[in-house]
Design a binder for this molecule. Structure first.
Ligand SMILES: Nc1ncnc2c1ncn2[C@@H]1O[C@H](COP(=O)(O)OP(=O)(O)OP(=O)(O)O)[C@@H](O)[C@H]1O
Length: 376
């Protein structure tokens, strides 16, 4: 079966700044595919090229067999997009937003059924501005799904949510996947990628530095496991360092730490048992995706753990993109292209990629554009 998304040697620069150097990956039908990387790694530029919002300088992209730029009108009917830092007009109610966005599509979902599935049926008359952050986030997911897409691209899905809302959103995404939707998830959060994604592409400096399942990425970390214990009797290092599963051994006082891969724990304990050595206070530490991320990208830099981010969705990480955009559109605006790009906010023309325009990922112009902020 052909991949749902194929990206080959994507390159995109903004003037002299190379945002995406050489990115290739493919996404299979029905999977949750994570795009993980530090700030400025090129994640958003990559997915915006996939969405047809930006024009690559080089490379090839196919989404559902379509060219996202040349066949954008068709693609917007089949691709759902949740944008980073999206906003709706304050007074638009949940019900109005769902009905309005449903009207853009040939075969939309039933807005009421969708509201129900997303736990929004009690909020149909609530204006956008009166919704909690978690509810606004649910609404933005609902709007990404209202066209009954085959593929959904969700950028910064749970940024700004509290831990409970974040977990609820993860459950929701699993339900969406269970309905057969292929999902691309752009995230900074290791725990999110680890728990939700079938595979993860780690992007750094505009390149894919690793692509695998979260477990396999963690496994790749040198010394992926550490077995710690205190031996009941002294033993020579060579007893364990000769094992193929063992990559290192250190001692601190009478405590021993053995690093290894694969089934290091079983191998170590078997040898100790054979020599009549009891491993007291035995403990196993496993490398996780965060360890892999640090090893792959040289440090966590801007990658975050979920609980680092309880505040606004417009923290300094995002300031180059954030702001009160018209409709749930993203902070930086896409390239104007051949697709049905709606007009910019009143009073200005888009000058560059960084300018903001109305939401252009839905098939029809966005509703009532709010005034655009000054160009960044
Ligand atoms: N419209 C633009 N004009 C100029 N430079 C841009 C524009 N959009 C992104 N960049 C730059 O391109 C690089 C990659 O940015 P991009 O937003 O794709 O990375 P990211 O991994 O999504 O980052 P973040 O996690 O902060 O959203 C950064 O150096 C960024 O400043």
């Amino acid at each position: 079966m052909p991949a749902v998304i194929e990206v080959r040697h994507l390159h995109k620069a903004y003037g002299a700044d190379v945002a995406v150097d050489d990115v290739s990956f493919s996404v299979e039908r029905g999977e949750i595919f994570g795009v993980l990387g530090p700030n400025g790694a090129g994640k958003t530029t990559t997915v915006e090229c996939v969405e047809g919002l930006r024009t690559p300088d080089r490379g090839e992209i196919r989404v559902l067999g379509l060219d996202p730029r040349r066949e954008r009108a068709e693609l917007t009917q089949r691709l759902g997009v949740q944008l980073q830092d999206g906003r709706l007009p304050d007074r638009l109610t949940v019900g109005e937003a769902l009905r309005l966005y449903a009207s853009f599509y040939r075969r939309p979902a039933d807005p009421l059924a969708l509201a129900d599935a997303l736990g929004l049926s009690g909020e149909l008359r609530t204006p956008y501005a009166a919704l909690s952050g978690g509810r606004q986030q649910r609404l933005s997911i609902a709007l990404a799904l209202v066209g009954n897409p085959e593929v959904a691209v969700l950028d910064e899905l749970t940024t700004g949510l509290d831990p409970q809302a974040r977990r609820d959103t993860w459950d929701l995404i699993r339900q969406v996947q269970a309905r057969g939707v292929t999902i691309v998830l752009v995230t900074h959060f290791m725990a999110e990628a680890e728990r939700l994604c079938d595979r993860v592409a780690v992007i750094d400096g505009g390149r894919v530095v690793a692509l695998d399942t979260p477990a396999a990425l963690a496994e790749r970390v040198q010394g992926g496991q550490t077995v710690r214990f205190r031996p009941s009797v002294p033993f020579a290092d060579s007893l364990l360092t000769g094992l193929p599963e063992v990559t290192g051994l250190t001692r601190q006082g009478d405590a021993v730490a053995v690093t290894g891969t694969g089934d290091a724990l079983a191998a170590v304990t078997a040898v100790l048992a054979r020599h009549g050595i009891v491993a007291e206070r035995l403990r196993l530490e496993q490398a996780d995706l965060e360890d892999a991320f640090v090893a792959l990208t040289g440090g966590p830099r801007s990658a975050r753990t979920p609980d680092d981010d309880r505040g606004s969705r417009t923290g300094s990480d995002h300031e180059s993109r954030s702001g009160p955009g018209p409709g749930p559109g993203r902070g930086s605006s896409p390239d104007p292209g051949p697709g049905p790009v709606p007009p910019p906010g009143p009073g200005r023309e888009p000058q560059s990629d960084r300018d903001r325009v109305s939401r252009s990922v839905h098939p029809a112009p966005a509703p009532t554009p709010a005034p655009s902020p000054a160009s960044e």
